[in-house]
Design a protein around this ligand. Structure first.
Ligand code: CP
Length: 326
């Protein structure tokens, strides 16, 4: 049962800004320890008798379901709060809704379209609240699993050259990723976007090098070849956030077979994408999804072990996680 203080005094996980480099490293270390128990019938009993509620006010497949799987893998149970069939339909406020959910669970995972609202809701309840995406602000657990994927493939988080490309303005996981990478050393980030989708100042790295490059699709390949990155983070065009009436034609980037032909080899480069892909408007050409350097499906699998670590730590089970597999 949660001791009410969350992990190392942090009741909630709201932002990557809350975590130090060593805390991120610890979460990734624990994720690796938990990996053999991540899904598929080999559950731990660390979260016995504990209940997670997913309260998603925006659509999700992988974040929501990987949190479910993670909780079951830790030995706990989960329930879904579904706004469309809830008392919100009778006019109940979101604040009272979350205060009600607190009575029925030990930890709440929530996503909402309004930046900052998860923090506000977390302040109303005693149980840990995990931010699964608040508007265009942040998506911290996506970044933790992105970093875990990087570590698995490239074996380091320092000294990386990162091209972060696409819609940098409205992409919460892009924001969290920048903030996380900036905690490591010798990082160079190249923020590549079309005009109008540049990143806001508050999400730019402050310690490491950041170069903003504003181009359209026809210049993408040459730009990437010149940078020769270790990681290309591609981001979905978040049409749901782009103001209505804004012309999104010309905003799309796509990594193609030609793009990949002059980049680093397997073991030296990965191309990430948090998914989903919009069918017919993919940021990575479907014909190259079998290239081992392209890892979106591997990323989403890592979501289970990373979210197991987050659930276990924020429920106060660090000591039990430390000895898993010993
Ligand atoms: N990456 C991600 O957040 O995916 P979902 O919207 O499916 O949860």
């Amino acid at each position: 049962m949660s001791n009410g203080t969350g992990w190392r005094g942090k009741k909630d996980l709201l932002s990557i800004r809350q975590l130090s480099r060593s805390e991120i490293e610890d979460i990734l270390h624990y994720s690796l320890r938990l990996e053999p128990y991540s899904g598929k019938g080999k559950n731990l009993d660390i979260c016995n008798d504990e209940i997670l509620i997913n309260a998603f006010f925006e659509p999700s497949t992988r974040t929501r379901i990987s949190f479910d799987t993670a909780m079951v893998s830790m030995g706990g149970t989960f329930d879904q709060f579904i706004p469309e069939i809830s008392s919100i339909k009778k006019g109940e406020s979101i604040e009272n809704t979350v205060k009600t959910l607190e009575n029925y669970c030990d930890i709440i995972v929530t996503r909402h379209s309004e930046p900052g609202i998860v923090e506000k809701l977390a302040s109303l309840v005693g149980v840990p609240v995990i931010n699964a995406g608040d508007g265009i602000n942040e998506h911290p657990t996506q970044t933790l699993l992105d970093l875990f994927t990087v570590l698995k493939h490239l074996n380091r988080l320092d000294g990386l050259k990162v091209a972060t490309i696409g819609d940098l303005r409205y992409n919460r996981p892009a924001h969290s990723m920048n903030l996380a990478l900036d905690k490591f050393d010798g990082i160079e980030i190249f923020g590549i976007s079309p005009h109008g989708l540049e990143i806001q100042e508050e999400y730019k790295p402050k310690r490491n090098k950041y170069e903003e490059i504003v181009i359209n699709m026809k210049n993408l390949d040459e730009t990437l070849w010149k940078i020769n990155p270790d990681i290309i983070c591609t981001w979905r065009l978040r049409k749901e956030y782009i103001p209505k009436g804004e012309d999104t034609l010309g905003y799309s980037y796509m990594i193609t077979k030609k793009t990949m032909s002059k980049l680093k080899e397997v073991g030296q480069l990965i191309v990430t994408h948090p998914m989903p892909f919009e069918e017919g408007a993919e940021e990575i050409s479907p014909e190259i999804m079998n290239d081992p350097r392209i890892v979106p499906f591997k990323q989403e699998r890592c979501g289970i072990q990373v979210r197991m670590a987050v659930i276990g730590l924020w429920l106060g089970h660090e000591d039990e996680i430390k000895v898993v597999g010993t």
